[in-house]
Design a binder for this molecule. Structure first.
Ligand SMILES: *[C@@H]1O[C@H](CO)[C@@H](O)[C@H](O)[C@H]1NC(C)=O
Ligand SMILES: *[C@@H]1O[C@H](CO)[C@@H](O)[C@H](O)[C@H]1NC(C)=O
Ligand SMILES: *[C@@H]1O[C@H](CO)[C@@H](O)[C@H](O)[C@H]1NC(C)=O
Ligand SMILES: *[C@@H]1O[C@H](CO)[C@@H](O)[C@H](O)[C@H]1NC(C)=O
Ligand SMILES: *[C@@H]1O[C@H](CO)[C@@H](O)[C@H](O)[C@H]1NC(C)=O
Ligand SMILES: *[C@@H]1O[C@H](CO)[C@@H](O)[C@H](O)[C@H]1NC(C)=O
Ligand SMILES: *[C@@H]1O[C@H](CO)[C@@H](O)[C@H](O)[C@H]1NC(C)=O
Ligand SMILES: *[C@@H]1O[C@H](CO)[C@@H](O)[C@H](O)[C@H]1NC(C)=O
Ligand SMILES: *[C@@H]1O[C@H](CO)[C@@H](O)[C@H](O)[C@H]1NC(C)=O
Ligand SMILES: *[C@@H]1O[C@H](CO)[C@@H](O)[C@H](O)[C@H]1NC(C)=O
Length: 674
């Protein structure tokens, strides 16, 4: 044998051998491949050596494609989506929908029968929380719909069964969305993770059915699915067949593109910074279909729209800065004296909101005073103190006058807050409610209904602390912050602030002449001291109180105190004296209040050996045997027994028997028959 043929019979058609031979012996002869002259078929495609390697060792597959070697000479790449091509180096061309906010959509026609089960899949990228993704329709029915709703993918099959994605996809990143329609079941995946499934009636697509992407030709029909899609779509497939907006170089099986309206190639971003979205000097940085504002200090918010005005210290030292939604207010308390001037306000004519509330706080001891008065033609609003109560009187737009009145007295010199509001702010007219000191339990309600305070929005005059009508009484006391419809009536002029208030809608002070007294100061009721007789003056806000020494009394300590008024002496007479009272006790009593009975025996005159016996205001002496007398001061004299004519008798105290009988001779100091 001098010829080896490596090709075998074509009929059986196995592939030619691919590999190396060595040490081929025929018999004991080493057979070497040598050129056989004249026979070109004798050797073909053989080289000396054995240098072939696995092609996959060179990692030819790009974009993380998986290499599958096919013999030594070739390989195949299994590409990850959205890559394609022999080496996975080609990427499906992204279609940009809604560029510059244009309405855009594409349509394809199915030119074969996709069969009973169908898988629709695509990459989408958007920042919009709504928009139409895809619709599969035949001439009578849209049997598959995909759209974004509140950031999540929603799928509707046969106009009925619905699937909902679990997480939002409107974050500006690409998401692979897959809908599998089996015979009886529809399943939604996001990045290979199952989101939702539902039982369905079978869906059958037919050749000629249309696939709409990003919207429908009819913009109203699109609107019911969130409007036209704004974002990017890449690598759209129905089953394994591609729906290419812009074909790639690698030939792939694709459905036919029919329409491509306002769609751009790639996934460029709208220049969101072009319209200068950042306010207050914020610097705009573009992101895909979005922007970020780098805000200067003292501002915040997505568009730096929130200025922290108060950090810029706009208010005078007498006020406290209060941030508002679009600016700030300088809040303070203000002292009004009946003779001092009244504050006058007008709206700047730009107030849009309805005015249906008033709030203020005050402190006074007057039983009649005007707190607030607003008027325009025949319309007016008055909030005043009348008969020690807060009263609101309102006549708006020529409707009937309504009155609300607080319940208890409020002129006690303490702070009180008043909140007035319409019971129902939606109705044209409604009753007005007054809440005093935040006590919602004890609110007062007007009997009649009235309109809101919109007449104050334009050309009305508002006064605080009094008004020019004869009936009004200027206020004496303090006002805290006052608001109408949530808009402050500032106590400071714009010119007194470091910069004017930026809020568009505002009430502003009109007069600027008065030197106001900021803070709350009562009138000087203790200087000079009104209390006499060393009384100490206490300042109770517009009211003094004298603390008198004990011997003085009365509002100014002008009256001496009657210290005996309480009859302090029990057994004795009371007399007023400097520093208190003195008791003159009745006989037999002693102590400061004559409360103690005196012990008469303590100073008794009973003689030696006698026993003192206590009695009421007196005492007696009990004498020993050989003593006698009132105080036992006398010696007891002997008793003699005398013999009388008819019978014997006794003579006492040393008396002698008389011869005459029947009587005694007495010693000096004694008398009597015996
Ligand atoms: C050698 O290989 C080439 C390329 O695979 C092929 O076209 C050619 O027919 C081969 N030659 C023979 C003689 O088989
Ligand atoms: C695939 O890669 C190989 C080597 O890495 C290169 O020679 C070949 O041209 C590439 N093919 C395509 C279609 O890009
Ligand atoms: C359109 O599709 C629906 C749902 O799959 C089907 O019931 C209807 O018969 C189809 N109509 C046509 C004309 O193919
Ligand atoms: C106004 O007075 C009240 C009560 O004394 C006080 O709590 C409040 O802080 C004062 N307001 C201002 C802005 O000074
Ligand atoms: C109230 O104040 C106004 C304005 O200062 C003044 O003209 C008027 O005399 C005052 N009224 C009374 C009763 O003090
Ligand atoms: C005033 O009332 C009339 C009808 O009574 C109404 O048409 C008009 O809009 C009202 N104006 C305001 C400012 O409420
Ligand atoms: C209220 O009535 C007066 C007099 O009839 C009229 O001049 C005024 O314009 C009316 N005001 C409103 C708000 O209707
Ligand atoms: C107390 O006063 C009464 C009436 O003035 C008088 O009669 C009496 O003697 C007084 N008693 C004493 C202890 O001074
Ligand atoms: C009186 O009696 C006392 C004791 O009973 C006695 O000590 C005293 O001497 C007597 N005095 C006279 C004067 O008899
Ligand atoms: C009492 O009698 C005594 C002695 O018998 C006598 O000395 C004395 O004088 C008499 N006294 C009188 C008053 O009779």
């Amino acid at each position: 044998i001098n010829k080896i043929k490596f090709s075998l019979d074509d009929a059986e058609n196995p592939p030619p051998f691919l590999g190396c031979f060595r040490d081929v012996f025929v018999g004991s002869h080493l057979v070497l491949p040598v050129a056989a002259p004249g026979d070109s078929d004798a050797q073909a495609n053989i080289t000396v050596g054995c240098s072939d390697k696995d092609k996959c060792d060179e990692s030819p597959c790009q974009n993380r494609g998986r290499c599958v070697s096919q013999g030594w000479r070739s390989y195949m790449c299994e590409c990850l989506r959205p890559y394609e091509g022999h080496n996975c180096s080609e990427e499906y061309i992204t279609a940009r929908f809604g560029n510059k906010d244009l309405d855009s959509f594409a349509s394809f026609s199915l030119d074969d029968d996709p069969g009973d089960s169908m898988t629709v899949s695509m990459f989408i990228r958007t920042r919009q929380s709504s928009g139409l993704l895809l619709i599969l329709a035949n001439s009578t029915s849209q049997y598959l719909r995909l759209w974004v709703d509140e950031g999540r993918v929603k799928v509707q099959v046969n106009n009925f069964e619905t699937l909902l994605g679990r997480s939002s996809i409107s974050d500006g990143h690409f998401h692979l969305v897959t809908v599998k329609l089996e015979k009886m079941e529809a399943v939604l995946f996001q990045s290979a993770q199952i989101q939702d499934s539902v039982h369905i009636r079978p869906v059958h697509a037919h050749p000629g059915d249309l696939v709409f992407v990003g919207g429908l030709p009819d913009s109203r029909a699109s609107a019911s699915f969130g409007g036209y899609f704004k974002g990017c779509v890449q690598d759209l497939r129905v089953n394994s067949k591609r729906l290419q907006f812009y074909p790639i170089a690698t030939p792939v099986e694709s459905y036919r593109l029919q329409q491509l309206i306002n769609i751009a190639q790639g996934c460029s971003s709208d220049n969101a910074c072009a319209v200068n979205p950042c306010l207050n000097g914020g610097v705009c940085y573009s992101m895909w279909d979005d922007f970020i504002c780098n805000c200067p200090p003292n501002t915040a918010g997505r568009r730096c729209e929130k200025v922290k005005w108060c950090e810029l210290s706009p208010c005078p030292a007498t006020a406290v800065c209060q941030p508002r939604s679009q600016g700030f207010d300088c809040l303070s308390n203000l002292t009004f004296r009946a003779e001092s001037s009244i504050l006058h306000y007008q709206s700047n004519g730009k107030i849009k909101r309805s005015l249906s509330s008033v709030s203020l706080s005050f402190r006074t001891r007057q039983n009649a005073a005007t707190l607030l008065r607003a008027e325009k033609h025949s319309d007016y609003l008055t909030i005043s103190v009348l008969d020690s109560k807060v009263v609101m009187e309102l006549q708006a737009n020529n409707s009937t006058r309504v009155i609300v009145q607080s319940q208890g007295p409020i002129n006690d010199g303490e702070w009180h807050s008043v909140e007035l509001s319409m019971e129902n702010q939606i109705l044209q007219t409604s009753r007005w409610i007054m809440v005093l000191d935040g006590d919602k339990e004890e609110l007062s309600v007007s009997k009649a209904a009235a309109r809101n305070l919109d007449f104050l929005k334009e050309g009305a005059d508002i006064f605080l602390g009094g008004h020019n009508l004869e009936a009004g009484v200027n206020m004496s006391g303090c006002l805290g912050p006052v608001e109408i419809g949530g808009f402050s009536l500032p106590f400071h002029l714009d010119t007194e602030m470091n910069f004017p208030r930026p809020q568009e809608e505002q009430f502003a002070r009109v007069n600027g002449n008065a030197a106001l007294q900021y803070g709350c100061w009562g009138s000087s009721v203790c200087a000079p001291n009104p209390c006499t007789n060393q009384g100490v003056c206490e300042d109770l806000f517009d009211l003094h109180h004298c603390k008198c020494p004990s011997e003085w009394k009365g509002p100014l300590c002008q009256d001496p105190t009657d210290t005996c008024i309480s009859s302090p002496c029990i057994y004795g007479n009371c007399t007023n004296q400097q520093g208190g009272f003195k008791c003159v006790c009745e006989l037999g009593y002693s102590g400061d209040l004559c409360e103690m009975e005196v012990d008469m025996c303590q100073k008794s005159n009973c003689g030696e050996g006698a026993t003192c016996i206590k009695g009421f205001q007196s005492y007696g002496c009990l004498c020993p045997q050989n003593k006698t007398g009132q105080h036992c001061e006398l010696p007891q004299l002997p008793t003699s027994t005398c013999v009388g004519m008819r019978r014997n008798y006794n003579c006492y105290n040393g008396g002698n028997c008389s011869e005459a009988g029947g009587s005694c001779y007495c010693l000096p100091g004694f008398t009597g028959l015996w």
